[in-house]
Design a protein around this ligand. Structure first.
Ligand code: CA
Ligand code: CA
Ligand code: CA
Ligand code: CA
Length: 381
């Protein structure tokens, strides 16, 4: 992993039912868009002409603009700095390939197409960066990424929400790291999905919520690391009246489905972390930390769940944020040869009063999993 040539944003920290509804509505909208785009492609596609479904990538130094971008049977370097569009398929083929997909701003996920890394030990990096005209950070992956055979390293990350500075707007929400499908495909893979951080609030306004680490489907053997984005800090108010400068909620770690594959001789490791709540300023409250796992996590091996810490309040702020829960979903062990799993609630933030600690688990879990509740935050004078 240290050989990975592209720097990744450091994992930060998790959200609420409001945010989940947003994620689901957006998934439905994306699915509807996919159907529409497919229908349009059938009508308007002209052989040899670039369509909306085509993408521009540099394959081993040469620019290719197509709906199908192919590597070779050797080790390829495929760089797509304008993202991969819905309708585009990248086939890296055999060999140990490096595929880098980035997109700057525009509110569109870096990958909306299909990336097939093929056989070999491949590295796939998908990153959304910046917000452009959109205040919310874009999702990292809204398409399909298949690692195929070999020990693959697949990393997706969302863009952060916009920070507002002197305006009177709340901070933008962070995007979701993975909103669709990542399949390691067998072998000892490492899958990393990171939600974007919420932006700082404008004057006297709330910070943005952190994005969900995984709001889609991840299936792999090896290592899976999923992290919700941190909530943004509330904006300072220039006046002394009571304002809503609350910290943003931390993003949920897993809000959809993670499952591990059983590979002979391999101990899977799954680490899911909720995002930290943002700090409240002026008279605001700290944001709640995100839950680590809120939906389906089915595994063989070792799982570590950590709820996000609640945000602190600064200055004259009120309540500290509550810590996120370690687990609030079905946590299913497939094979009893699984050890050392823990689920830990996040600690409450410091405030007036301090926030509550998160629960280690809100659902019944196997006795093979150690459950630790978070501690309450300090009540400030
Ligand atoms: Ca290749
Ligand atoms: Ca390959
Ligand atoms: Ca592969
Ligand atoms: Ca693989």
């Amino acid at each position: 992993m240290s050989a990975f040539p592209v720097p990744f944003p450091s994992p930060s920290s998790g959200p609420d039912s409001r945010f989940r509804r947003r994620g689901r509505a957006r998934r439905a909208a994306v699915a509807a868009g996919a159907v529409l785009a497919t229908a349009c492609a059938l009508v308007v596609a002209v052989p040899g002409a670039a369509s909306a479904a085509s993408s521009v990538c540099v394959v081993n130094g040469s620019e290719v603009r197509s709906e199908t971008i192919n590597g070779t049977i050797g080790n390829d370097r495929i760089i797509c700095d304008e993202g991969v569009a819905l309708g585009t398929t990248i086939n890296a083929g055999a060999g140990n390939d490096f595929i880098s997909v980035r997109r700057l701003g525009g509110g569109v996920a870096a990958n909306s197409g299909t990336i097939n890394a093929g056989p070999g030990n491949d590295r796939v990096s998908v990153r959304s960066l910046g917000t452009g005209d959109n205040r919310a950070g874009a999702d990292g992956n809204n398409g399909t990424i298949n690692g195929d055979t070999g020990n693959d390293d697949i990393r997706v990350s969302a863009a952060n929400g916009l920070s507002e500075g002197q305006s009177d707007l709340p901070g933008g929400t962070g995007g979701d790291g993975n909103n669709a499908t990542i399949d390691g495909g067998g072998g000892n893979d490492t899958i990393t999905a990171t939600g974007g951080n919420g932006g700082f609030g404008g004057q006297g306004k709330a910070g943005g919520a952190g994005g969900v680490g995984n709001d889609g489907n991840i299936i792999s053997a090896g290592t899976i690391i999923v992290t919700g984005g941190a909530g943004g800090m509330g904006g300072y108010s220039p006046s002394s009246r009571r304002v809503d400068s609350d910290g943003g909620e931390g993003g949920i770690g897993n809000d959809h489905t993670i499952s591990t594959r059983l590979e002979p001789g391999l101990n899977n490791r799954v680490t899911v972390t909720g995002g930290r709540g943002g700090e409240g300023t002026s008279t605001g409250e700290g944001g709640n930390g995100g839950d680590a796992n809120d939906e389906n996590l089915t595994f063989t091996g070792t799982v570590t769940l950590q709820g996000g810490r609640g945000g602190d309040t600064l200055e004259n702020g009120s309540d500290g944020g509550n810590g996120g829960n370690g687990n609030d979903g079905p946590l299913t062990i497939v094979d009893e040869l699984s050890f050392n799993s823990t689920t830990t609630g996040g600690n409450g933030g410091n405030g007036r009063p301090g926030g509550k600690g998160g629960r280690g688990s809100r659902t019944d879990v196997s006795p093979l999993v150690t459950v630790v509740n978070g501690s309450p935050g300090i009540t400030l004078p």
